[in-house]
Design a protein around this ligand. Structure first.
Ligand SMILES: [Zn+2]
Ligand SMILES: [Zn+2]
Ligand SMILES: [Zn+2]
Ligand SMILES: [Zn+2]
Ligand SMILES: [Zn+2]
Length: 335
């Protein structure tokens, strides 16, 4: 755990350096070759292979920034080319460090042509920071700001209003922005309706359960226009899911009985999304999420406590080459 934190901190330092236009490596414009015994040896300076420049457009932001540190020609390619900057997706580990100022710097590279702005759990972004980006980029069609707790409903509405004036916005994610009320959601929907065709408005309104609270960006054209809805059980604005359980689906016609609601109103198996209210025993996991028996049986278990991790948390498995299987966080501390 400590090791990963240290590694993450190093990554943060790298980002800061890159964003503040740190000088490139001392052997600028040269390449480095790795020999079999891992010794690093300097060779004659040569420009990077041409194919590398084609790859830049497809790189995630963190890797793109890292590339700009490799040598002068890559740095110039990254900073001068507009294409790699049209879809900006900020997720961990960058999200924790992203400030309004850095966001402005990154987005300015798109020269007003930004199409996707996805800020996943970027806690430090404020309403004004977001609005400055929106004011200079009127063609954003995907605005994803889930878990950006520094934003307010007013700030989100202001941003969406600006984009709706330019008819660009197609999809909005705001789950995790605090204090969004029913009226706010209705205002947001009204701005959307100005933009979308009848067909687009009929797009499926529920977000697939497998994506709930996911801090990772995904690009899915079948996504709903807005990722939150009014929960029919508690009337709060949250992510609302339908139940994939067959017996629940049959009750869907009777709205009063439908197993449809937010995560607080209807506890669900983390893995498959089936409700666990009236069902079989709920099983324990190493990550604290609950699973239905069926999903529990299928997942690999910790060698000591026999508890599985759900798929979302299986990066917490500790594996050791001397044995098969894995050990969970808790057991690793004890044994
Ligand atoms: Zn609810
Ligand atoms: Zn399940
Ligand atoms: Zn159900
Ligand atoms: Zn364990
Ligand atoms: Zn889990």
């Amino acid at each position: 755990m400590e090791i990963s934190l240290v590694a993450e901190d190093k990554e943060h330092q790298a980002i800061d350096k890159s964003l503040h236009k740190a000088p490139t490596l001392p052997f600028s414009n040269s390449c480095v070759s790795f020999q079999k015994e891992n010794a690093i040896q300097e060779v004659e300076p040569r420009p990077p292979h041409e194919a590398l420049f084609l790859v830049l457009v497809y790189l995630p932001l963190f890797e793109l920034l890292a590339m700009s540190e490799v040598c002068v020609s890559l740095r110039d390619a990254v900073h001068k080319d507009v294409l790699p900057w049209l879809n900006i997706i900020v997720q961990r580990p960058l999200s924790l460090r992203l400030s309004d100022e850095i966001l402005m710097k990154i987005t300015s590279k798109a020269n007003g042509r930004l199409k996707t702005l996805a800020l996943m759990n970027c806690l430090r972004i404020t309403d004004d920071g977001l609005q400055s980006v929106i004011d200079t980029n009127h063609h954003i069609n995907k605005l994803y700001i889930p878990g950006c707790t520094g934003l307010t409903p007013e700030g989100v509405i202001r941003a969406v209003k600006t984009l709706s004036e330019h008819h660009s916005l197609k999809s909005l994610r705001i789950n995790g922005v605090y204090n969004i009320k029913r009226e706010d959601l209705e205002t947001l929907r009204a701005y959307f309706q100005m933009n979308l065709s009848q067909k687009e408005q009929q797009r499926q309104q529920l977000i697939p359960f497998k994506y709930r609270n996911s801090p990772v960006f995904r690009n899915d054209e079948s996504d709903p226009m807005i990722d939150v809805d009014i929960c029919p059980k508690c009337n709060d604005v949250r992510m609302v899911h339908e139940c994939p359980r067959d017996t629940c689906k049959r009750k869907e016609e009777l709205v009063s009985m439908a197993c449809r609601g937010c995560n607080l109103c209807i506890p669900r198996c983390e893995q498959c999304g089936r409700c666990t209210l009236q069902s079989e025993e709920v099983e324990e996991t190493g990550c604290g999420d609950t699973l239905c028996s069926e999903c529990w049986l299928q997942l690999p278990k910790c060698n000591f406590c026999n508890r599985p991790y759900c798929t979302q948390h299986n990066n917490r498995q500790y594996r050791d080459s001397s044995s098969s299987g894995f050990v969970c966080d808790t057991c690793r501390e004890i044994y």
